[in-house]
Design a protein around this ligand. Structure first.
Ligand code: RIB
Ligand code: CA
Length: 316
């Protein structure tokens, strides 16, 4: 059964690898990309979405431009030291010929989801601003969406934006609060599992045995990303966003637990912190399934195999 998905994204190096994985996965039909602020500004995230699809000969997939600011706070980016000055590391992608569609991402998401009730899964791998505003703008949206498969949060794991908060949630905690309490079926892929999925330099070299612009893109895009992780004492780079797709393409790699999860939006030292009610002291029902275990190296092997296939299948 092919899953129809829309990826809501702030590309971003790992976001870009996620598009490639989606295109290489027969379990998925990638319906569209919607851009959002996050790793870098909306101009770069939107251009990168168009440019990476063009690289992979997938410009037929529509891209809708989304929100450039979070709901309440000022914009927060992960910085050029993580994803490079334009958000795709050292990769040099030509200016895309394709353009965004003439519809805001929020309206596009509402229209697509309401046109096919319970058929469309949305995979947010950036801040949740677009999703929160779609929920607020159209009450049918939350009823008609199949599920949200979200890369975000840190449950038992420390944060990566602050000691207590993961980047996507920290970049718009108010949006996360709206989404977490929307009643939409949610699978959350937090740092607890994504940091167990480290893509190594030798994995990049393995893919580059295939002479392909996509293999070269993977190497150039991950170069800055790898250096950042090395500066943090981590060998390799975490494939946060690509792992999120494993929920759909290889769910047996993950173990989910049901919890009531909430997010701190008080603006204090723990702003953006995501916490699970492990002891159910709130007596509130679970609002999501949280991936708490993963076969990380098995996922990386799957990712490499799919990239090798993609490189071989796309002739340049
Ligand atoms: O914390 C990791 C997340 O923040 C990933 O989605 C990465 O692309 C950045 O957006
Ligand atoms: Ca991202």
């Amino acid at each position: 059964m092919t899953s129809k998905i829309i990826i809501d994204t702030d590309p971003g190096v790992d976001d870009s690898l996620t598009f490639l994985l989606a295109l290489a996965s027969p379990e998925i039909r990638l319906e569209a990309l919607t851009s959002v602020h996050g790793n870098i500004g909306i101009e770069n995230t939107t251009r990168n979405a168009l440019a990476v699809l063009e690289l992979a000969h997938a410009s037929h997939i529509p891209v809708a431009r989304g929100c450039e600011l979070p709901l309440i706070d000022r914009a927060y980016t992960s910085g050029k030291n993580v994803h490079g000055k334009q958000g795709v590391g050292n990769a040099q992608l030509p200016e895309p010929k394709s353009k965004v569609i003439n519809q805001h991402a929020i309206d596009f998401l509402i229209e697509k989801v309401n046109a096919e009730p319970n058929q469309i899964s949305i995979v947010p791998i950036g801040p949740l601003t677009n999703i929160a505003l779609a929920i607020r703008k159209d009450v049918q949206f939350a009823k008609n969406i199949k599920e949200l498969v979200i890369m975000g949060g840190a449950i038992k794991q420390g944060g990566n934006a602050t000691p207590l908060a993961e980047f996507n949630i920290f970049a718009d905690p108010h949006a996360a609060h709206v989404v977490f309490h929307s009643g939409i079926p949610i699978k959350l892929i937090p740092l607890d599992v994504t940091y167990q999925c480290l893509f190594m330099a030798e994995d990049v070299e393995r893919i580059n045995q295939i002479k392909s612009p996509i293999a070269k893109f993977i190497k150039d895009a991950t170069s800055v990303y790898m250096d950042f992780y090395k500066s943090e004492g981590i060998d390799g780079c975490a494939l946060h966003d690509p792992l999120t797709l494993a929920t759909i393409i290889a769910p047996d790699l993950l173990r989910f637990e049901e919890y009531h999860v909430d997010v701190d939006m008080s603006g204090g030292v723990s702003n953006g912190n995501t916490f699970a009610d492990f002891m159910n002291v709130s007596k509130k029902p679970a609002n999501m399934q949280v991936a708490m275990q993963v076969r990380g190296r098995d996922f990386i092997e799957l990712f490499i195999e799919r990239m090798e296939t993609l490189c071989k299948n796309i002739s340049f």
